[in-house]
Design a protein around this ligand. Sequence first.
Ligand code: AMO
Length: 438
Amino acid sequence: MNNSNQTWKRTHYSKIIDTTTNGREVTIIGWISSIREHSNIKFLTVNDRFGSIQVILKKGEYPESLESEISKIKDHTAIAIKGKVRTEPKAPNGIELIPNDFRILSLANKNSPIVIQSRKGVGIDTRLDLRAVDLRRPYLQSIFNIRYTVLNSCREFLRQEGFIEVNTPKIIATATEGGATLFPIFYYDREAFLTQSPQLYKEQLTMAFENVFEIGPIFRAEPSRTNRHLSEATSIDVEKAYVDYNDVSEILERMILFLWNEIKDKNKSHLEYLKIQLPDLSFPFKRYTYSDLIEKLQRSGQSIEWGDDISQQKLSKVDDKDMKLFYFITDWPTSIKPFYVRPKPTGTECESFDLMYGDLELSSGSTRIHDKDELIERMKKQGLNIDAFDFHLKVFDYGMPPHAGFGLGLERLMMSMCGVDNIRDAVLFPRDIDRLSP
Ligand code: AMO
């Protein structure tokens, strides 16, 4: 091993080493994802940010002085290797590296319980306990590379649509989405809460900026253990002045279509690894009114009344080919939507929609009430303490524009795009009722 203190610099990422690099001296840096032995040959797979390369350690082909170091190498060890590229038709990518020197940068001293090459991996709790190691698996690498494209593409789309990105407080004084799922915290000598959504702030910001969006954390004290609820999720929140729920539902569906095409274009290898062929979307998405859907459910023999929420179990039983991918459920009963949602002239229904993917709810949106008295009346009907919302209500005295918007759950969207069964695999370090670390 080379003991000089001088730092080695990577000359090549694995992805740019191919048959055209044959015979070249290169320095690669990465971590070892597998070690196989065959008589007197060790085959190492060394991974970097973009892929992997096979390294051959054959007795007689590397300096004898490296022998004692080689015996210490385990999976996950971080290593820098100088060597010569050689074409080898049997190797992955048709090439391999023959080292003439290497440095162990950080030795792994335990055998990892995480099986890197496995798609499903070991049990979720074992994986989450060592999440940083789990995230080295190509399965999760594919998901999080796609997530990165989704985030970039959302920003790109909304920028093109004339929205400005904002950041609103995450420590708040009052509930926005009803009290049941609030996390209380100490805030100096007062009680405060972690925000359930940027709802009230994004509405207020339409006064100054007209079109705003925020991509940020939302906190929900979800009491149940499900594969689609997190205690800390990421929401893509959009709010626009001088429009209604039909307008913003159109923005949402165009955004989904844009993302879908970007992923197809930018994440081909990740989709291939996940064995996912994103289906062609029929556009515009189908829209069912809540009332139509209730009738449909009743016709299919399910016990549900107008005014009930539509559960995932009930939806999953509906046999309609247009409800397999994206579709909207619109015009929900006013009584089951939050106080800020604007009722239709009938009063019993409101200008609202949910975007669904099969039986998974991805987004809720609506036209908002922009008249102060009407908002106060709705709050009273929902039993809310008006004084607690004074900071919000007083803004409505200064010409709050009519506005509408939606919140789209990023992890739920990832589930729909990547075929992820458990929402915990769409977030790096998930939080749920049982898990607060890592
Ligand atoms: P809602 O409460 O329906 O609406 O939330 C919007 C979207 O956020 C996602 N989401 C969650 N994802 C994972 N785990 C959770 N516990 C969780 N809770 C919500 C879902 C959901 O559709 N202020 C409104 C939005 C608006 O009208 O602009 C709101 O928060 O994908």
